[in-house]
Design a protein around this ligand. Structure first.
Ligand SMILES: CC(C)(COP(=O)(O)OP(=O)(O)OC[C@H]1O[C@@H](n2cnc3c(N)ncnc32)[C@H](O)[C@@H]1OP(=O)(O)O)[C@@H](O)C(=O)NCCC(=O)NCCS
Length: 179
């Protein structure tokens, strides 16, 4: 069994975070887009500058997962930026949750998701939102198991390509109903 470590990311992790973000996005979705669209999106979404801004924002939190001495996954949460009429300023969002292929399906996603959700609820109770690609059935099953349901749709832009994205939500009170 290899050693895995889930930990909050800090400024020293910015380069590693930007790199794992771009790598796992390409691994998961890279085949869907013309190279020019993908390149434009990566330069904007996973730049070092953008990653440092996220790390510097006290309303956001990032995690890194390490295994066998390498970064294998990460997560980013913060205020909800999804386009839905019921989103309010105190809503939270799981913005990113990605693992390298070789590290999927082994329970790490569930553990990281629990940590990220707990951080959001430490400022709650707050409703949590997630955007997920309409064809990403594996992730949709994963989120459904965590109590998230589909409440809307929107167009997610990668360069000039616009994907159909589902909007998922879990109400804040439900996180505390078992206590
Ligand atoms: C979605 C993801 C974060 C889940 O983490 P994980 O460590 O693989 O999930 P766990 O092992 O904790 O849980 C397994 C469950 O996740 C779901 N799942 C999603 N993608 C999966 C994959 N590639 N392999 C296995 N299970 C996957 C399934 O529902 C599975 O449950 P099942 O065994 O009943 O089918 C991870 O698979 C991943 O990084 N996928 C690619 C990137 C991605 O799609 N991110 C979400 C963007 S919104």
């Amino acid at each position: 069994m290899s050693e895995t470590l889930i930990r909050r990311a800090g400024f020293d992790d910015a380069e590693a975070l930007a790199a794992i973000g771009a790598e796992t996005f390409c691994e998961t979705f890279g085949h869907l887009y013309p190279p020019a669209d993908l390149e434009r999106y990566l330069a904007q979404a996973y730049s070092l500058e953008r990653t440092l801004q996220d790390l510097n924002d006290p309303a956001k939190a990032s995690w890194i997962v390490e295994a066998d001495g390498q970064v294998v996954g990460f997560a980013l949460v913060g205020p909800c930026g999804l386009p839905h009429a019921n989103v309010t300023p105190d809503c939270g969002e799981l913005k990113r949750l990605y693992f390298r292929k070789a590290w999927q399906g082994g329970g790490l996603g569930t553990r990281l998701f629990a940590e990220a959700t707990a951080w959001l609820q430490s400022r709650g109770p707050r409703t949590v939102w997630i955007g997920v690609w309409s064809e990403n059935h594996g992730a949709q099953r994963f989120y459904a198991r965590q109590g998230y349901t589909k409440v809307g749709e929107y167009g997610f832009e990668v360069g000039d390509t616009v994907d159909l994205e589902f909007i998922l939500r879990r109400d804040g009170a439900s996180f505390f109903s078992d206590l």
